[in-house]
Design a protein. Structure first.
Length: 104
């Protein structure tokens, strides 16, 4: 099961919306795993409801910030625009050369 919502960032998804998704998608099921994704966030009551389902239904809630992080971390819907190489002097390499050779 999966469910998505697109709310303004300032609006939170309440227990009612989460519960409707579980009832709608899980009617007649004995054991279900699901993901509820929202572009905004879930209320504390909605999170508590999802956590209380751990017996028969396992529901993961993903908010907008988590979704953006997953998209960035896994390049979901993204393209790499530029690679930047940053170099740093290797002191051990240069110090080793000084010790190995004698300067006259």
């Amino acid at each position: 099961m999966y469910q998505t919502t697109r709310y303004a960032r300032s609006n939170t998804v309440g227990r009612e919306e989460v519960q409707k998704s579980v009832v709608c998608c899980c009617s007649g099921c004995h054991s279900v795993k699901g993901v509820f994704i929202t572009a905004s966030s879930c209320s504390a009551v909605a999170i508590a409801y999802a956590e209380s389902l751990n017996g028969t239904t396992n529901l993961v809630l993903i908010n907008g910030e988590q979704l953006a992080k997953y998209m960035y971390d896994y390049s979901l819907g993204m393209q790499t625009k530029q690679h930047i190489e940053i170099k740093e002097m290797d002191s051990d390499f240069w110090d080793g050369m000084q010790n190995d050779s004698k300067i006259s």
